[in-house]
Design a binder for this molecule. Structure first.
Ligand code: EPZ
Length: 431
């Protein structure tokens, strides 16, 4: 287990370079195996979820050459197995993308049931509904905790998603690009990573239109070719640093961002008194939170893009916990995303969660360092922000969750003046 020790109360100053989007890169890595030609991916984040997926495709025979921490060349020509069923892959959500990609490439797949953060029930019925519409036979095997999929005639179809699921939209795109005929996904997810995966697949020769809108059309092609592609900047990593500056105060410029992807976050922060300015060339945002002024209160509802992202809900709650007045945060996407609130209450926050859906926040002037545990990835980022803004020292256990999705989080925070160190706690001490 790893832990952070954070001495809070230090305003943040300087520059942070934002990495590639984890959730786009996961779809892109799965898509890369659809061709037999080499695919070069740049701006890959060096985080554990990505490394697990790269290991998983190695495990089915793909070659993965890691040129450096952020660049890999993947070749799917050597894939010799359709069985993705290891202890490791069950830890990540994106294992399900190998279902869509392998049925597209090989006509069959056996993939372990997806894992990932425990933030709700997270069913995959919409993935399976979409794949079945394309002619794929999908059987869930509870005893083996995996899904068997096979298809003899992968064909285009019309699919209306009951929920605008990010994962289902990407999975269906992955399977449909090599299907015969046209696939239409209605009520498709519109997140920036959907557009990025579609752009990537199109750069391989796929014909996907409408990504970023409610209706995506995929015109199946015979085969795909190799490409070189750069992953978009991570909207959530950028948003997390914006909230860190808002709560801990200071003046920080975030480099390598797409400000348009950050609008829901920027406008909420501006509403409560943070200054957010976009650079003229549209690749940076500067975030200023006055050390002498208390932020205001607000209401936040998580929504699918372009609404306020559920992956930023814990971070904005931490900002509002220190605001002047009463705020409300509604989580509308996942059923179990307030588990971190108990830890904030230990630090002195006044937050009550109702029905796991609504957090009623009474802003406090200060919170105080203590010993806390990280329950999941984004919650871990939010608790780190709370510790940076707190008086005194916070010891945060189980920060391994954070490393699933943030590259060198502590190093980047130290670079802007945070007093944070990472420690590895050995098993004997843990026991
Ligand atoms: C993706 O998860 C992201 N993960 C999540 O990021 C993110 O929180 C989420 O999208 C929403 O933006 C990856 O990209 C790997 P969904 P995903 O399918 O695809 C319901 C992070 O912190 N649903 O859009 O699993 C579901 O229960 C992670 O980086 C169904 O009912 O999310 C949820 O209520 C956490 N049936 C809603 O839809 C389905 O078949 C949205 O889920 C699929 C989903």
């Amino acid at each position: 287990m790893n832990r952070y020790i954070i001495n809070g109360g230090k305003p943040l100053h300087g520059e942070v370079v934002i990495g590639g989007a984890k959730n786009a890169a996961l779809g892109i890595i799965a898509g890369a195996i659809l061709t037999d030609e080499p695919v070069t991916i740049e701006n890959l984040p060096d985080v554990s979820d990505i490394n697990v997926l790269l290991d998983a495709i190695r495990g089915i025979g793909a070659t993965v050459e890691r040129i450096d921490a952020h660049k890999a060349v993947i070749c799917g020509k050597t894939i010799n197995s359709v069985v993705v069923n290891s202890e490791v892959i069950q830890k990540i959500r994106a294992s399900y993308y190998l279902l869509g990609a392998l049925v597209g490439k090989k006509g069959k797949a056996q993939v372990a049931m997806p894992g990932g953060c425990e933030i709700g029930a997270r069913p995959i019925d919409q993935h399976l509904k979409g794949l079945r519409a394309l002619g794929v036979k999908c059987d869930e095997n509870d005893a083996e905790n995996c899904i068997y999929a096979s298809v003899t005639n992968l064909h285009g179809s019309g699919i209306f998603l009951d929920v605008a699921s990010v994962g289902a939209t990407i999975n269906i795109m992955l399977a449909a690009v090599l299907a015969k005929g046209t696939t239409t996904i209605e009520n498709a997810a519109k997140e920036p990573h959907i557009v990025d995966v579609a752009n990537f697949l199109n750069s391989m020769g796929a014909r996907i239109k409408g990504a970023g809108t409610d209706v995506i059309r995929i015109f199946g092609v015979e085969s795909l070719k190799g490409t070189e592609y750069t992953v978009i900047p991570d909207q959530i990593e950028a948003g997390t640093f914006m909230c860190a500056v808002a709560a801990a105060k200071g003046d920080v410029t975030l480099k390598n961002v797409i400000p348009r992807h950050l609008e829901a976050i920027s406008s909420k922060l501006e509403e409560i008194g943070v200054t957010v300015t976009e650079s003229e060339d549209g690749t940076e945002v500067r975030v200023v939170s006055d050390v002498n002024a208390r932020l205001g209160a607000s209401t936040v509802r998580t929504r699918v893009y372009p609404g306020f992202p559920t992956d930023m809900q814990p971070q904005i709650t931490v900002v509002l916990m220190l605001g002047d007045g009463d705020s409300t945060v509604y989580e509308t996407i996942f059923e179990n995303r307030f588990r971190y609130v108990d830890e904030l209450v230990k630090m002195g926050a006044e937050i009550k969660v109702k029905n796991n859906e609504t957090a009623k926040i009474h802003g406090v002037e200060a919170v105080h360092g203590t010993h806390i545990d990280v329950p999941d990835l984004r919650a871990g980022a939010a608790l780190t922000i709370a510790a940076l803004a707190a008086d005194g020292q916070t010891v945060m256990d189980w920060i391994d969750y954070i490393e699933r999705g943030y590259e060198d989080f502590d190093g980047k925070l130290r670079g802007i003046g945070a007093d944070i160190v990472k420690e590895t706690v050995n098993d004997i001490e843990e026991a």
